[in-house]
Design a protein around this ligand. Structure first.
Ligand SMILES: [Zn+2]
Length: 253
C-alpha cells in the first residue's frame, strides 16, 4: 500500500467513523477532486502537533484541552488551500435510511419482547423494558439496512429476561416487530437530531415523534427526516445454535 494522506478542513459535510461505537460507516466522496478512501475521527491536543487517529486517540471523547476532527484520507496530497468536498449522496441516503430503520426496529423489538421480563429494568422512550440497550453487543449500519447482535447470556437472565421458548416464539416476535414498523412508517412520523453544539463531540440525540409518544436515543449518526421516507422495513430474527446470541437483520425497501 502506498502513502496515505489525511486532510483536515474548517468545515466538512463528511460523516467520519466513530471508533468508540463504530455503528455507522464513514461517508465516501471526494475532496479537491480526489477520492476520499476513508474518513476517520482524529484528535489533537491544544497546542499539540500530532493528530491521533481512531483507536490511537489516547483520551476519552470530549476531554477538555483536546479537539476532535474529521480526517479525510486520500491516496495523494490534496492540492490548494481551498477545496470542494462532495459526499456520495446516494450512499449517505442509504446509510441514513439504514440508521433510522435500526432505531425503529430496536424500539419495536423492545415492545415485542416486553412480556419476557420478570424484573424491572430501565425502560425505553415508549415505556417498554429496554432489551436493546441492555443486551446489545454490536450494531452495524449498512446501506439500506442494519445488523444488531444481542447477547442472551447469564447476566441478561439474572436481570430478569426469560429466554425459554424463544426459538419457538421467534416467528411471532418478528411478526409483531414488522407489524409495528408498518404502523410507524404509515404514521409518517417526524425524525430529527438535537445537538447542543456543532462540534464533533457534541452529545447528539435522535428523536422520533411516534404515535405512542416522542422517543429520544443518544446517537451520533445520520438519519432520514420522516419515517415514511423508509418506504418499507423488514426485520428478521436469528438465534444462534446454542441460543446465546440473537441477531436482528433489518432491510429497508
Ligand atoms: Zn444511532
Amino acid at each position: 500500500m502506498g502513502d496515505r494522506y489525511g486532510t483536515i478542513v474548517a468545515e466538512t459535510p463528511f460523516h467520519p467513523l466513530d471508533h468508540t461505537w463504530p455503528d455507522q460507516p464513514a461517508d465516501e466522496g471526494t475532496i479537491g477532486g480526489l477520492a476520499v478512501v476513508d474518513c476517520v475521527t482524529g484528535a489533537v491536543e491544544e497546542g499539540g502537533e500530532t493528530v491521533h487517529l481512531g483507536a490511537d486517540i489516547p483520551v476519552r471523547r470530549g476531554t477538555p484541552g483536546w479537539n476532535w476532527l474529521v480526517v479525510h484520507v486520500t491516496d495523494g496530497p490534496v492540492p490548494g488551500r481551498e477545496v470542494e468536498l462532495a459526499v456520495d449522496e446516494a450512499r449517505r441516503r442509504a446509510l441514513s435510511a439504514g440508521h433510522t430503520a435500526c432505531h425503529l426496529t430496536a424500539l419495536a423489538l423492545n415492545a415485542a419482547l416486553a412480556g419476557r421480563w420478570r424484573k424491572e429494568i430501565p425502560a425505553d422512550g415508549l415505556g417498554h423494558p429496554d432489551f436493546d440497550q441492555t443486551a446489545i453487543t454490536s450494531s452495524r449500519i449498512l446501506p439500506d439496512g442494519s445488523q444488531d447482535v444481542y447477547r442472551l447470556g447469564k447476566s441478561l437472565r439474572r436481570k430478569g429476561f426469560t429466554a425459554e421458548g424463544l426459538a419457538e416464539d421467534l416467528p411471532g416476535i418478528a411478526q409483531r416487530v414488522n407489524d409495528r414498523l408498518k404502523e410507524w412508517i404509515a404514521a409518517d412520523a417526524p425524525v430529527w437530531i438535537d445537538s447542543p453544539g456543532s462540534e464533533l463531540t457534541a452529545r447528539r440525540t435522535w428523536h422520533c415523534g411516534l404515535p405512542e409518544g416522542e422517543v429520544a436515543i443518544p446517537c451520533g449518526g445520520t438519519h432520514l427526516s420522516r419515517t415514511s421516507r423508509l418506504g418499507s422495513v423488514t426485520a428478521t430474527l436469528e438465534l444462534s445454535g446454542d441460543g446465546s446470541e440473537l441477531t436482528m437483520h433489518t432491510t429497508v425497501g
